[in-house]
Design a protein around this ligand. Structure first.
Ligand code: FDA
Length: 308
């Protein structure tokens, strides 16, 4: 019941101000976000990669309101990629980009976001790494997949994200299961209407399993973006069934969630990548994590009682 309320709050300016200014919020945010600035994020990258966990970095900054912010976000990625290159981390760390941070929802935003994403792909290519385009609410999917197709002509390893909760996704998974295609499959984190998306957890889980089968049976590079033990087990089973070696797919989990499982998979010889967000604009990301799981919300609420 609380999930939809929190997802609605994730888009509310008033709630943003309230939650962001509450001093006790910070220690809870730190569990999910690797700091406000680049040096803190790079420190986290060094720790994770030393432990055998690859990384995809997200510079937080979604839902912007003008082109200047879009350019500032693009430049933050260029700086991040330069730093990864300088530190020789290009083989272990890639970047994840939300096109809304590059102005996708502004007037003329498709072209603005496309041009910014292209600059980021060029910079990533230069240091031997890749970019994955995160997927946001369902109104952006066509635009994001069109930008992806365009980028892949020059940067074929650019990654897509598909959200299993959308009715359309099985078809999208079939279309993106070809050779060289990197696809992160997630359940989906936005509040979507019943006209476009499954609403019950059971239906979403079933859809995830169907899409996973399509991707694992295909010739692409599936990226299993889930903390769900059943989906992880299914992926391992499907890898066996389709004769996939561990370098032909990878698991992905969010920074701060199921750390022990991330290390276990690495120790078992599976490829695992942590999604590491950093930056001052953490509100929307943080609220989606609270909405996902009552235990995360309980952790947040407990911090009020233990710190006063
Ligand atoms: P779900 O939340 O259904 O949980 C299933 C089970 O997993 C739980 O019952 C429990 O056993 C275990 N589990 C989950 N969280 C746990 C925790 N904190 N501690 C212990 N166990 C836990 N979404 C989107 O819309 N667009 C995007 O681009 C992305 N990108 C993205 C990247 C990566 C790397 C990940 C992992 C996720 C995303 N997501 C996303 C978010 C995704 O859509 C989804 O909301 C979350 O991953 C939660 O769904 P799960 O599959 O983890 O399982």
């Amino acid at each position: 019941m609380l999930g939809p309320v929190l997802l609605a709050a994730s888009r509310s300016g008033r709630m943003r101000r309230l939650v962001s200014r509450t001093p006790v919020t910070r220690p809870v945010v730190d569990r999910f976000v690797a700091g406000d600035a680049l040096p803190e994020a790079l420190e986290v990258v060094r720790t994770l990669t030393t432990d055998g966990i690859d990384v995809t970095l997200d510079h937080l900054g979604e839902d912007i309101t003008d082109a200047a912010q879009a350019h500032a976000n693009r430049d933050a990625y260029l700086k991040l990629l330069e730093a990864l290159g300088d530190q020789g981390l290009g083989k272990r760390a890639e970047v994840s980009v939300k096109l809304s941070a590059f102005g996708q929802s502004l007037p003329g935003g498709h072209d603005l976001a496309s041009a910014a994403a292209r600059r980021v792909c060029e910079a990533a290519d230069k240091i031997g790494t890749t970019v994955t385009l995160d997927m946001e609410d369902h109104t952006t999917v066509d635009s994001t997949l069109a930008i992806l197709a365009d980028l892949r002509r020059d940067f074929p390893r650019t990654g897509a994200v598909l959200q299993a909760y959308l009715f359309r996704t099985e078809d999208d998974a079939r279309a993106l299961a070809g050779e060289g295609s990197r696809v992160r499959l997630v359940k989906g984190a936005y509040k979507e209407p019943a006209s476009v998306a499954y609403q019950s957890k059971q239906d979403v889980d079933r859809a995830y399993a169907r899409c996973l089968r399509i991707l694992m049976a295909g010739d692409g590079y599936p990226m299993i973006g889930s903390h769900d033990p059943r989906m992880i087990e299914l992926a391992v089973r499907l890898a066996g069934k389709y004769g996939r070696s561990p370098d032909t797919y990878e698991f992905q989990m969010l920074y701060g969630i199921r750390d022990a499982e991330q290390r276990r998979l690495a120790a078992e010889g599976q490829r695992i990548r942590a999604y590491v967000p950093y930056g001052a604009d953490w509100y929307g990301y943080f609220m989606r994590r609270l909405a996902e799981r009552p235990a995360n919300l309980a952790f947040f609420l407990r911090s009020f009682t233990t710190r006063h």
